[in-house]
Design a protein around this ligand. Structure first.
Ligand code: BGC
Length: 346
């Protein structure tokens, strides 16, 4: 009998402890459902640079908002469906990394119908489309700036290394790995990097130009074929982003470059950690910091403010230009200021 009583007492305590912890869990639930939901799409998770922007958005959202974040898997149709689902799940604002920069109006139509504010980021919509909805903004960069800065990095390095003009003809024979055609960053980088080199009085010859779609594996494959075709006639490898530059370096490594005095100058854009390692190893001349952390922060700050019904810039240090865009500056990165770039990606 005594034993039975003891057993019942223990059972009672157990029940009490269990229901108390259930209560505690419920309270937690309550606070998290009190946070505003923000719908976030990433054009594809499988993008080197976007993985850092994504990480930044996630960390700045901590304890402030519930993110409904999805991988649009490089399909605009998928992204459109995801946006519909976010709206029906009660998102208070949208942060959209378009798959197709031309699809901004489709997203705006959906946001307008639901009276929801929308912050586009990384792929800039046409100014007219952004202007067509008073609750639409953009967070990114001034695309042309990255091309100009990349061009300056190339000019400085080329002038410091006359031996890079291997055939001594006074012409820089370059190959260019382009990002996604139609992407404002890819178009502007391709144009302005070369324009800047030419404006500095350096003669150029384009041996090859092809899209590697921002992708490392594609960059390597294309570089393999260019090295096989042109070999040492290539005197400069210009890449619209570091992902493709890393692919090109892999290809050049396999072809025996970066050993002894066999060298090939490669430049990129982004300053992702793997690229910084290549700069430190002397295999990459330089890159341009595309500030993933601050672009992620600005995207979250604006999307959060508008989700709370506040002014998009409330309590922030960001500014909007005439086209309702926050533009985070690019910075040249070489071995001389590598620590600064490492800091920016932490
Ligand atoms: C980055 C690329 C990235 C692209 C995605 C660009 O700003 O430099 O690395 O692939 O955005 O849209």
């Amino acid at each position: 009998m005594k034993l039975m009583k003891k057993f019942t007492a223990i059972l009672l305590i157990l029940v009490m402890v269990l229901s108390l912890s259930a209560c505690a869990a419920k309270t937690d639930d309550k606070t998290s459902t009190d946070l505003p939901t923000i719908g976030v799409t990433i054009y594809k998770y499988d993008d080197n640079f976007m993985s850092f922007v994504r990480r930044a958005i996630d960390s700045f959202a901590k304890d402030k908002a519930k993110l409904e974040m999805t991988d649009s898997q490089n399909s605009q149709a998928t992204q459109n469906d995801q946006v519909d689902a976010m709206i029906s799940k009660g998102a208070k604002s949208l942060a959209i990394n378009l798959v197709d920069p031309q699809a901004a109006s489709t997203i705006i139509d959906k946001a307008k119908a639901a009276k929801l504010p929308v912050v586009f980021f990384n792929k800039e919509p046409d100014a007219a489309v952004l202007a067509s909805y008073d609750k639409a903004w953009y967070v990114g960069t001034t695309s042309s700036e990255s091309g100009v800065i990349q061009g300056e990095v190339i000019v400085n390095a080329w002038k410091a290394h006359p031996e890079w003009d291997r055939n001594g003809d006074g012409v820089m024979s370059y190959v260019l790995l382009k990002g996604e055609p139609g992407h404002p960053d890819a178009e502007a980088r391709t144009k302005y990097s070369v324009d800047t080199i030419v404006a500095a009085g350096i003669k150029v010859e384009e041996l090859e130009l092809q899209t590697g779609m921002w992708d490392s594996v594609k960059g390597k494959e294309i570089m393999d074929s260019w090295v096989a075709k042109h070999g040492d006639a290539i005197e400069m490898v210009i890449c619209n982003n570091d992902g493709m530059a890393l692919g090109a370096i892999q290809s050049l490594n396999a072809a025996g470059y970066f050993e002894g005095d066999k060298f090939m100058p490669v430049v990129g854009v982004d300053a992702i950690p793997d690229a910084l390692e290549q700069i430190k190893d002397g295999k990459m001349v330089g890159t341009v910091l595309n500030d993933a952390k601050n672009q992620g922060k600005a995207t979250f700050d604006l999307a959060y403010n508008v989700a709370m019904g506040k002014d998009p810039l409330d309590g922030t240090e960001w500014t909007l230009d005439d086209s309702k865009a926050v533009r985070v500056p690019y910075v040249a990165v070489t071995i001389d200021n590598i620590e600064f770039a490492e800091e920016a990606y932490k």
